[in-house]
Design a protein around this ligand. Structure first.
Ligand code: MLT
Length: 329
């Protein structure tokens, strides 16, 4: 059989056009099945709480269920790697906190690049932290805590969610400003770390208000301070660590939502619109306000808003972490 070049070219063009229109159709139909939202820490912890909260209104806006999948370990880097390698279809998306910006300096070998391997859906929420102890931990206030830590040093245990977790960074900052070395114990998230605190297996934990406000209000844990420069509306009687002597102590945890690199722009736009709808949902606004967590301005809940912020944070944390000499092999 003989093929004419012109026929072949015409057929090729038709096939290419068909391919393009099939792609356009599949993007227009997105999503026609549930979307998986990967959470890099254990169920029940603060990232999981935020993800489950916004999955419902995002799902409503998308017309499909947003399913939560916890992929835990190595301070969130296991999930980040999984998402970097996922199919770029929009059906796998990812929520992570500022650990995305500290990982490049903390991990000598990182199997993803936060600035090259993702598309950016938008910033999500900014969450303060609190310094907590098990209920029966002896010090009853911050000055007593300071004296107790000086006397007992690494007999005191401090839980965290692994290298690169914000509980880990908060703990490092706390130990450095207090001039003490505590016995740090890693968990797969601050959900399980909180269970260990409630069970009396560890003494201290620095954790986000999205998990801790209800525990503090119910008196299930002891609180020594909040990590913002001003007191929180949700916990007006809890002093800041800064006002109690740790001058300038400040940790506020930003979060972002990502998709694998190559996810088509129209799909990212739909996911962004759903995220914005979720962040404007009155129920979400009220719940986050009750947890003293801030919704970023709308221009930050955007692809450019998240990417610019991530770049700035990588540049901020890199030198700090290198100077402190903290890293994993
Ligand atoms: C979590 O969701 O478990 C926390 O965000 C972990 C952390 O401290 O970074």
């Amino acid at each position: 059989m003989k093929f004419r070049l012109s026929t072949l070219l015409r057929t090729g063009a038709a096939v290419a056009a068909l391919g393009v229109s099939t792609l356009a159709l599949s993007q227009a139909a997105f999503p026609d099945k549930p979307v998986s939202l990967i959470v890099p820490f254990a169920a029940g912890g603060p990232t999981d709480v935020v993800a489950r909260m916004i999955a419902i209104p995002m799902g409503k806006a998308l017309g499909q269920t947003v399913l939560i999948e916890n992929a835990v370990g190595a301070g969130g880097t296991i999930a980040a790697t999984k998402v970097a390698r996922a199919a770029p279809t929009g059906y796998t998306i990812f929520i992570h906190h500022m650990g995305m910006s500290t990982a490049p300096a903390l991990y000598k070998k990182l199997s993803f690049d936060p600035l090259k391997d993702y598309e950016y859906i938008g910033q999500v929420v900014d969450v303060p932290m609190t310094l907590l102890a098990r209920k029966d931990f002896p010090p009853t206030n911050f000055p007593e805590l300071a004296a107790y830590l000086k006397a007992n040093g690494n007999k005191v245990s401090l839980a965290n969610a692994g290298l690169g977790a914000v509980s880990h960074l908060c703990g490092l900052l706390f130990m450095s400003q207090m001039g003490v070395e505590l016995n740090t114990i890693p968990y797969s998230g601050t959900g399980p770390a909180m269970n260990a605190l409630l069970g009396g297996q560890v003494d201290l934990l620095c954790d986000q208000t999205t998990q801790t406000v209800p525990m503090i209000k119910d008196g299930r844990v002891k609180v020594y301070g909040v990590t913002t420069l001003n007191r929180l509306s949700a916990l007006p009687n809890v002093p800041t660590l800064s006002e109690q002597g740790l001058k300038g102590f400040e940790v506020k945890v930003w979060h972002g939502m990502y998709a694998p690199k190559g996810t088509p722009a129209p799909v990212i736009e739909k996911l962004n619109a759903a995220l914005r709808a979720a962040m404007q949902d009155p129920v979400i606004k009220q719940r986050l306000a009750e947890l003293s967590s801030d919704i970023p301005p709308m221009d930050k809940i955007s692809s450019a808003g998240l990417k610019t912020h991530l770049e700035a944070e990588i540049n901020k944390w890199g030198p700090v972490i290198k100077k402190a000499g903290i890293y994993a092999d």
